[in-house]
Design a protein around this ligand. Sequence first.
Ligand code: ZN
Ligand code: ZN
Length: 291
Amino acid sequence: MDETMSIRFWGVRGSVATPGEHTLGVGGNTSCVEVRCGEQKFVFDAGTGMRGLGNAWAAEGPVDATLILSHLHWDHIQGLPFFGPIYMGSTRLQIVGSPAPELGVRDALARQMKPPTFPVHWEDLPSQHLYRSVRHGQVISVGDGVELRAARLNHPGGGVTAYRLTWRGRSVVYATDTEHYECVDPVLRDLAEGTDLLIYDSQYTPEEYRGDAGPPKVGWGHSTWEAGVQLAAAADVKRYALFHHDPSRSDEGVAALEKLAQARFTESFAAREGLVVELEPEAGDGERRAA
Ligand SMILES: [Zn+2]
Ligand SMILES: [Zn+2]
């Protein structure tokens, strides 16, 4: 039996896709993170990185997977219409999310996929979809031995849900699109306590957030690498991934923030497209760069 638990980054950019010569190293696709628990497939968010993931999964055969949505902002769902397996009758997709106050997950996805903004209706897809609603504090089973715990965080326009996915004693926490407070968010510290990998919204520098140059970003619903290292230390996580990079951040800019974070919390790294992190049960975590 395959005991491997791995995380692969398919999209790490915040807000909008940013292809171009300055983002070739880190990647320009928006939020999409694959989690494999042995043979079982999961994906956090359906940003533009999901197109490549769909091609990879389809090449392996019929797709039976779980899509876990943090919230319904465009940069987290826009890749779904280009996720090839939804056009295959053999595909089964469990979709987990928190309903927005004004619109359920199913209706939001259907609204994104219909003319005049897209030629195909969500309702006409041949793939099978099972919707699962999850609320703050709930723990649900999303697979064979796979538990998902949900927590409500701090993001404008309907809020956001963070998740802790646990399988065979290992866990990953996906916490993007959240704004930190003056102190470490106790809800998030509790969710992330002792996790193997914390993936955290690190869109801004503290200077950008405060507005030292340009408009302050307070109230915009995003966080900083500095709040990330504070959280990582407070929650005693094993590794911290800077995620949801600002669209204006070049490869060099991301590398500079990664260095600053590492100086404060050694096991920090910047999420990059193609990066795979394996969570070993006992013998320490491995990491390799995929082709
Ligand atoms: Zn976002
Ligand atoms: Zn958002």
